[in-house]
Design a protein around this ligand. Structure first.
Ligand SMILES: [Zn+2]
Ligand SMILES: [Zn+2]
Ligand SMILES: [Zn+2]
Length: 218
């Protein structure tokens, strides 16, 4: 460490940001393993001590804690929460469950959309025209001193209709996405709907799916 001269790199972002992006969320809390509510989806910006469950959070009463949410198995944060503590300019936002969110990290995209006019400067995911990055992680990478910009000629706002893919994910949110995802991955049937049906038939044995709603916790 320390090689490479004056480094404002560390001061550019709040200290909690990089740890936050590396953290794994939606795992069971080690401290509260026997609690049903022990899924860790909170992060304390003051303590930076990893993913917290709702019970852990009780120890961070006066701290700035932020809630991580899930969309199609990717971590997102509500814009209304993150923008209070971070400048998210340039990062594409999405409307998911009628809330505006940003993605924490880049998501692999099998292949670039056809005729896409604007892509993430870091990972090349297709974006709406006004954005530079697909996620907070890509913004960090793309604005760091070490990042060599592969300047792309942006065909300025030509053919907007071609970025339809991004538009649909942005405006219809996860409902559309979810349906698509499910039809493509029949190997993982949503446990919730099965249990729901069973419970209904048996009348009054409400069962909570152990992992139910894992991706739909809003
Ligand atoms: Zn704390
Ligand atoms: Zn806990
Ligand atoms: Zn990206």
């Amino acid at each position: 460490m320390g090689a490479g001269g004056p480094d404002d790199e560390d001061n550019r972002w709040p200290p909690w940001l990089k740890p936050l992006l590396k953290e794994g969320f939606f795992v069971h809390c080690k401290l509260h393993a026997d609690s049903h509510k022990s899924e860790c989806n909170m992060y304390c910006l003051d303590c930076m001590n990893g993913a917290l469950c709702s019970l852990c959070l009780a120890y961070h009463k006066d701290h700035r804690a932020i809630q991580i949410r899930r969309s199609s198995y990717h971590d997102v944060i509500r814009v209304s929460e993150i923008q209070k503590v971070l400048d998210i300019t340039g990062v594409q936002t999405y409307i998911i469950n009628s809330a505006r969110v940003v993605f924490l990290n880049e998501r692999p995209q099998p292949r670039p959309g056809k005729g896409v006019t604007n892509t993430c400067e870091v990972c090349d995911r297709s974006l709406l025209d006004s954005f530079r990055f697909c996620s907070l992680g890509c913004k960090i990478a793309g604005t760091s001193n070490n990042f060599e910009k592969k300047k792309k000629k942006k065909q300025s706002a030509a053919m907007v209709s071609d970025s339809e893919d991004s538009y649909s994910s942005s405006s219809h949110g996860r409902q559309t996405k979810d349906r698509v995802q499910r039809s493509f991955t029949p190997s993982t049937p949503p446990p919730t709907s099965v249990n729901y049906r069973t419970a209904k038939r048996r009348k009054g044995i409400p069962r909570r799916a152990p992992m139910g709603g894992l991706s739909i916790e809003y």
